[in-house]
Design a protein around this ligand. Sequence first.
Ligand code: NAP
Length: 377
Amino acid sequence: MSYPYVLLSAAVSLDGYLDDTGPERLLLSGPADFDRVDEVRAASDAILVGAGTIRADNPRLLVNSAERRAARVAEGRPAYPLKVTVTASGDLDPAAKFWHTGGEKAVYTTDAGAERAARLLGDSAEIVPLGPELDWRALLEHLYVVHGVRRLMVEGGGTVHTQLLRQGLADELQLVLAPLLVGDPAAPRLFGPGAYQSGRLRLTETRRIEDVVLMRYEPTAPGAGAVPAAADRHWLRIACELAALCPPSKTAFSVGAVVVAADGTELARGHSREGDDPVVHAEEAALAKIDPADPRLAAATVYSSLEPCARRASRPAPCAELILRAGVRRVVTAWREPDTFVEAADGSGILARAGAEVVVLPEYEAQAKAPNGHLVR
Ligand SMILES: NC(=O)c1ccc[n+]([C@@H]2O[C@H](COP(=O)([O-])OP(=O)(O)OC[C@H]3O[C@@H](n4cnc5c(N)ncnc54)[C@H](OP(=O)(O)O)[C@@H]3O)[C@@H](O)[C@H]2O)c1
């Protein structure tokens, strides 16, 4: 399953509200930040808001800058990103500006909602029923496969942001903190109550924009079981970057590995032939840096650019075995081992037969192979 990169964007008051309860939309940021949002929109293939935001704010969700629209067209993209909304009820006002401005529109909904939405909207939008309930993964896959969306900007509201973050589907959060207080418990909050990742998110940028502050974060917690989370892609990308750091070899693969605890804490990283050890493997190097008694290993995930090895001549235990001995039960990898050095190696099979989950994300295979181009056809 391939999904677009999902960026959650919102402005919040100092006390964490998205809006007040008045009839007019509360303006939380100023012209310079609206222009920044315009730039982020222009870089996106689609913009999504919940039906609640259409009802409350009646937004147009356009790329306002003519230069940015022209640049999109010059790149062969439509002038405006696809506009997307989600609804269970299908209760969408056909007079809302959302339908009468910009480019293509799509409504993702339930089977029941689809009937009502189709009756109200006619052919103003593509209506996509996703079954008795709306499944966010099915929505993201549909956007990726059918609409070619690689970058999705989600502009609220809180109900939508909450679900995407809790389900591990957000790659990035862009929050603008505005210097005002709402203080009304009936006002909508950015994130509702419920189960989120337990650890800390990664702060990747802070920027002052007039009197507001932009903060960018990335979720860090690995997914659970076979279901990949957005953070899995982040960590696997790092493993692939580590593979590029390996001293070159004609007789062994270049591989990178990262071990990450369930709360998103990085426990260790390693790469092939690191330090002064000409035969060390990436997973082996990373695991050697962790106390074997570390209780976080049992729920940790190992990210390895190449599937852990099943047999090796250089050391008594292959990496699949080392991972099992360490107590780790989840591995995410980009690439199954080819027959270059070992015939029918099946490190994933060893892991799976011992009860570990192995998740392969083939979208990173090319990156994982890049430093090994001389070893594979
Ligand atoms: N400050 C900011 O940056 C910002 C940005 C955006 C919005 N806002 C504010 O946020 C408020 C709106 O937020 P909100 O949380 O009430 O609404 P919302 O998240 O925009 O939309 C919620 C609605 O989306 C649909 N929906 C959400 N999840 C669904 C699912 N899993 N399956 C099917 N339908 C689903 C439902 O529509 P139906 O009811 O039709 O079934 C639901 O009522 C407004 O006050 C707005 O001003 C602020």
